[in-house]
Design a protein around this ligand. Sequence first.
Ligand code: ADP
Ligand code: MG
Length: 608
Amino acid sequence: MTMNAPRDLSLDKGLDNGLVLPAPSEGVIFHLLPFAGLLVLALLLPLTGNEYWALIATRAATYWTLVSGLNLIIGYAGQLAIGYVALLTLGAYTTSVLVAGNVSPPLHPFLALACAAVVGAVAGVIIGLPALRLRTFYFAMTTLGFATIVTQIALAWQNVTGGGIGLPGPMLPAPFDTAWGLYYFCLAIAVLCTVMTANLGRSRFGRALIVVRDAEVAAEASGISKPGLFVAVFIFAGAVGAIAGGLFATLQTYITPDAFTFDLSLLFFIAVLIGGRGSILGPLLGTLILTVLPEIAAPLAAWSTFLYAGLLLVIVLAMPGGIAALIDFRNRKPLEKHRAIVPRPGLLGSVIGGAAHGDHLKLAGIVLAFGGVRAIDGVDLDVAPGQVHGLIGPNGSGKTTTLNVISGYYKPEEGSLALGDTVLPQGRPVLRAGLRIARTFQTPRIVGEASVLQNVMIGGGFAARAGFLEALLWLPRQRREEKALAEAGLRALAAVGLENLAHVRSDRLQHSELRFVEIARALMLKPAVLLLDEPAAGLSPDEIERLGALIKAVSRQGTAVLLVEHHADLIFDICDHITVLNLGKVLASGTPADIRAHKEVVSAYLGA
Ligand code: ADP
Ligand code: MG
């Protein structure tokens, strides 16, 4: 027993037995307050009657419109899009050219803005697509290249864009044709962008973006497919970026290619970085600071590049979490020091109950080599539903590789894999979630900056039906699904005994707790097959015992559990069947009693 008294075991009977789960989302008011405060300030600004401030504030709203979309790409998806001024340029020219009637009959400014949005959406996808193949700096360079190309076209296509001489920006109709009128219009669009990106950020799409950024294999295991997700985000960011361009042109009243400098691109990028990753409020404040600061400290204007560079250095060195981390007061509260993890296997019925479909997971003659090394060499395995199947063997015997083959990360050279009658598609990890094959990882793959509950909810997102647009607008189906997902997440957390940490940022948890978070995330799939890669590593003896009871209870719900583990006690305690690997081959397979009696196994690992 640990020093903490174990919780009342009567809780194990079910949710109705007095277990009080935390609220699905904590402190909504707390989250909304800063936004409401900013909005009130923005609405009071016209009372100053100072048109100079109207200009600055309109510019800030315009920049934020672009940055709100870019924030999804940089802050959420972690893609270094540094040339995003390209979208501003494209939007500004498209709107101006269409309103001026240089290629078509003159369009109404609103219609021109809508066209710019479409052009921006297409361009957003073109700029974004390399992100699916290129990493970090290479992608950053392609976005920069795109920015150069757009500017060069604006320069060269003289009869349409006016070349170096430029062309007038559009003029919005009344009542938006005054300084304050335009301000209100831009403010409305900026508010809309804030609401939509905040909605998206707290939806399964926002969670999908951050898990792709921080733990791509966990994203795949949860059925999150990167291409579709990225394309949707690039369309959105491209469209709002180009709308921002149209507003920028309106504000400038006249545009030339040199209005769209690299400095501006840098401003957008740094606004997100100083704002902090995975936050809406942070980058919003970042944009406001970077727009307003050079104005109130006039001498700084000439030094803006220097200022940005300085700010960037300070952020990277002193506060890598950015403004968002600075104002994340809730995660300053110290956590209880001695926290015991006490799972409630009795809750599993409400988490994964009725999930099993009674199919065996069968591997036959699987061969996989890395270069010359045959990591697995003709492995057969039959994992039965409702049972715990242990997979043991010395380090490097191919246990993790076997799990990776089952979950689709590796394509075996020979052999077959099937779940019941379904042949598992090889090398397609994102398809495993749909077959309800869930897993945990030898090193936990968790998004440190997201809350524990958010991490767990990632595991259940694949079943949701509400689309990207529904998430942006928080339509009824999205609302319902999100609520159900949060409740399911809390039940899964309660089942593993971590519901009290639901709203804590995951990087504050202990290693052993992360292992249980991963199990909760895997349970969200209502798994037919659960693959566990050394779940007891780093756990205390008490925790191992409770983990064993939990795993056993999962299997008794009908799930086929494949357990890779080093702790012999745990293996022999809870396994119904054990397979021993050595050098990628099956050395022995049978009941725990068979394995204990197996001479070679005993002499090799069990140390008799
Ligand atoms: P275990 O989980 O049983 O400790 P692994 O399945 O991780 O073992 O590894 C089995 C063998 O395959 C080891 O010899 C290991 O070095 C090799 N191996 C595993 N993954 C890779 C990889 N991605 N590239 C090359 N060799 C690998
Ligand atoms: Mg391993």
